[in-house]
Write a protein that binds this ligand. Structure first.
Ligand code: HEM
Length: 273
């Protein structure tokens, strides 16, 4: 179930208490059926999956970009899926390990001897890694992209009210500027004939069977989409990993031995003994 902001949290909880674990709502700006029981989820995702077509509310499509992988099926979807998977294979990301290590080293002093909000810190960390893997290295435009992305993220789960001052309106403004920044980067890479690294390089360099390139908006929407897909999900998994390692000292000791054994050391150069 989606808890967007205080309003929708209260609305959802109120409706849940009143109607149970399946009810109708317009909370996302379109007719929705909210489900929150494992049985209902299994029906939608497994036993009756053929009756449902995966789609997202129009407001999400506007924010991420209509040409992103999530909103498509068929050939275009398969083409993008292959490209995204190829750029996140271990062989493709092995070359970024040193740069990821630099990101970890940048964060470590901020975590020493103080209480931190683990999820928030993991979000900062996974965002930097997502930017690195999507854009393939640091660029002058990065700080601007980071700022705009955070504005977009703040409005992502808000009510889609396009009125002055609403988080949705601010997010849509940030989305427009983000698009302009990404298009500038794409144009620079196309003009210099250097497609560059990261997913951006893979998308710019891709040609289909008829040798057609992806358009600038297809590239930009998918870069924003993948940063969205990779960011909170990874931060949340890292937070749970840290929690379970913290709560289970034996497991922590075993993982530490594996990481620091000589043979595996080659595969985990991220962690210094
Ligand atoms: C542990 C972290 C992650 C979790 C739990 C997670 C979870 C998910 C889930 C549940 C879906 C929807 C699948 C579906 O509708 O069939 C999805 C789709 C997707 N995820 Fe992740 N994800 C994670 C990390 C990432 C990362 C790091 C990337 C970066 C490449 C990524 C890229 C995508 C893409 C591109 C899709 C759309 C796939 C499609 O439409 O075929 N995800 N993810």
């Amino acid at each position: 179930m989606l808890y967007c902001n205080l309003f929708s949290y209260l609305h959802t909880n109120f409706t849940y208490c009143r109607y149970g674990d399946i009810f109708k709502s317009h909370i996302l700006g379109c007719p929705c059926v909210m489900i929150s029981s494992p049985e209902a989820a299994k029906t939608v995702l497994v036993s009756r999956a053929h009756l449902f077509k995966p789609t997202y509310p129009p407001s999400k499509e506007m924010m991420i970009g209509p040409e992103a992988i999530f909103f498509h099926q068929g050939d275009y979807h398969s083409r993008l899926k292959k490209l995204v998977q190829a750029s996140f294979l271990p062989s493709a990301i092995r070359g970024s390990v040193t740069e990821i290590e630099q990101i970890v080293l940048k964060f470590l002093p901020n975590w020493k001897n103080k209480t931190i909000n683990t999820l928030e810190e993991m979000k900062k960390f996974s965002f930097d890694v997502a930017m690195l893997s999507s854009l393939g290295g640091w660029d002058l435009e990065m700080e601007g992209i980071k700022h705009l992305y955070h504005c977009l993220e703040k409005g992502y789960n808000s009510m889609p009210l396009n009125l002055p001052g609403t988080p949705f309106r601010k997010a849509m403004k940030a989305r427009k500027l983000l698009n302009e920044t990404l298009r500038r980067m794409i144009e620079k890479r196309r003009e210099s004939n250097k497609k560059g690294g990261g997913l951006l390089g893979v998308l710019i360099g891709s040609k289909d069977q008829k040798l057609n390139h992806l358009s600038d908006s297809q590239v930009a929407d998918n870069i924003i989409g993948v940063i969205f897909a990779a960011h909170d999900t990874t931060a949340s998994v890292l937070t749970w990993i840290l929690k379970y390692l913290h709560d289970n000292k034996e497991l922590l000791a075993e993982v530490t031995v594996i990481l620091f054994s000589e043979e595996d050391w080659l595969w985990f150069p991220l962690i210094s003994p």
